[in-house]
Design a protein around this ligand. Structure first.
Ligand code: HEC
Length: 464
């Protein structure tokens, strides 16, 4: 786990949140194995149909670069790739990390991508991978695992210092702390919560996911956690219920009790909701939650589609977004059984949101898609014509500010506005809104009913 600390203020910020969905699959059929590995290790960047994202992630579907040289494609997986390449006549200059797959897994996934989406090529064997791997930076799979366990720290942005605080044995997704003590709580994707002493660098397992999450509802993906003023932890758990038809996302927000020694424990379900799982294997799920300056809890529910489109897979619901997805929820922490109040619609996936010093709600748009790089949005109350109607369908959508972080060499650069992205994103949202208007569920973008601007207090930017 790496923490950045601006020395002047001594606040901690989690640098980056890794890929989700680390479940292992060993299906009997090599095609199924390759497909499952693709979904787990590659889909996030190269996309479900292998189409990539223009200018950022090259396509694998009908990729000349992939198909022309089998040995090179093995090396790409074994040691990663960076520098200029041309795929189907288009230039890319990005970075792909090595895939931590053993020889057999690398062979399965390569065989799969070489024969999916219109590609057709001979299979790749584990022996071929082993042999080719010897020519790369990491001569064996074991060497790669060792090297990628804790990569060297990146260069800190100006004004920040970086240090390792603790090396946790699993993939963390969220941090929570009260901002005063040296204690941080760290959530892992499986629901485990670690208590880290940031001064001593020590840690211990505080909550075990398997002890409080009901396994009969499906494999858990836990991506949201916060601490409230009473030292209670809230943990967001999504479970993909394959037994339901259509497949559903079973969402539970657990809340712990607070105890005097400062360690929350005994998570109990506080809110349960469920909606049809995304149209493909991917779903943004319900993830970040945070305490607003008005004392309410805000929760992001990411989209289940790319642009409101219906699905075709008979296992998945053929609708676009649902009333509970692609939106922000507000919950009352005082309620024993909170009701979901949707306060902003049309967000793709505000995986990180927070309030700035002026009380403006800022939300990221996470998830690779056609309009990379993604923007940071300001959510504000729509300029409603209140006299016309208080019905949300009459609210006018408005996107006021759009800040874009340039990608490029991967180092955190300054925030800049980008006219090009603004235009392409605006057109994406226009499409998005149009689709949802037709479906009469999601229709407007960036609506945030403030509780009166004066009531917002100052907050630090703390999540990314
Ligand atoms: C974090 C994002 C990311 C992940 C995950 C990822 N790739 Fe890549 N991949 C890239 C980028 C970026 C490039 C282009 C690198 C460059 O421009 O030098 C690339 C290039 C490639 C290429 C060569 C170019 C092409 O389109 O044919 C292949 C093949 C490839 N990736 C396969 C895979 C496979 C298989 C996986 C999963 C095991 C995977 N990648 C996972 C980002 C990713």
């Amino acid at each position: 786990m790496k923490l950045v600390s601006p020395p002047a203020r001594g606040r901690f910020v989690l640098l980056c949140i890794g890929a989700l969905l680390p479940w292992s699959v060993r299906a009997a059929d090599p095609h199924d194995r390759g497909q499952a590995l693709f979904q787990q290790h590659c889909l996030l960047c190269h996309q479900a149909g292998g189409q990539g994202a223009p200018g950022v992630f090259p396509p694998l579907a009908k990729s000349d670069f992939l198909m022309v040289d089998k040995k090179r494609s093995i090396r790409v997986l074994c040691e990663g790739l960076n520098g200029k390449i041309t795929v189907n006549g288009r230039e890319y200059n990005g970075q792909m990390p090595p895939s931590t797959l053993n020889d057999a897994e690398a062979a399965d996934v390569l065989t799969y991508i070489r024969n999916a989406w219109g590609n057709s090529g001979e299979p790749v064997t584990a022996d071929e991978v082993r042999e080719e791997r010897r020519k790369t930076r990491f001569k064996t799979y074991e060497e790669l695992v060792r090297a990628s366990a804790f990569a060297p720290l990146p260069i800190a942005p100006a004004g920040f210092t970086l240090r390792d605080v603790a090396h946790l044995p699993e993939n963390p997704t969220r941090l929570a702390g009260d901002g005063k003590s040296d204690v941080l709580y760290v959530l892992a994707v499986n629901g485990n919560v670690w208590r880290v002493d940031t001064k001593a660098g020590s840690f211990r397992l505080l909550l075990r996911g398997e002890r409080y999450i009901d396994p009969s509802l499906g494999r858990p993906t836990c991506t949201g956690m916060m601490l409230d003023g009473q030292n209670r932890l809230y943990i967001v758990v999504n479970q993909r219920n394959e037994k339901a038809a259509p497949v559903t996302d079973e969402v539970t927000i657990f809340r712990t009790t607070d105890v005097s020694d400062g360690d929350p424990f005994d998570p109990q379900p506080w809110l349960r909701a469920s909606y049809p799982w995304g149209i493909g294997p991917f779903n943004h799920c319900v993830n970040h939650l945070a305490l607003g300056p008005d004392g309410f809890i805000y929760v992001n529910s990411g989209s289940r589609t790319d642009g409101g489109e219906p699905g075709k897979d008979p296992k998945y619901s053929p609708e676009g977004e649902t009333p509970l997805t692609a939106c922000l929820w507000r919950l009352d922490p005082k309620a024993a059984k909170p009701e979901i109040k949707v306060i902003a619609r049309g967000l793709r996936n505000a995986f990180g949101f927070c309030w700035d010093n002026e009380g403006r709600l800022l939300a990221t748009e996470n998830g690779p898609d056609a309009d990379m790089p993604e923007e940071l949005n300001v959510l504000e109350k729509a300029a409603t014509t209140a006299s016309r109607s208080s019905s949300p369908t009459r609210m006018r959508s408005r996107i006021r500010t759009r800040l874009t972080r340039r990608r490029g060499n991967g180092s955190p650069g300054p925030w800049r506005t980008s006219a090009r992205t603004a235009v392409s994103t605006a057109s994406r949202f226009t499409r998005f809104i149009r689709t949802h208007r037709r479906r009469a569920s999601c229709f407007s973008v960036m609506i945030f009913p403030t509780a009166g601007a004066g009531r917002f207090s100052s907050r630090a930017l703390a999540t990314c």
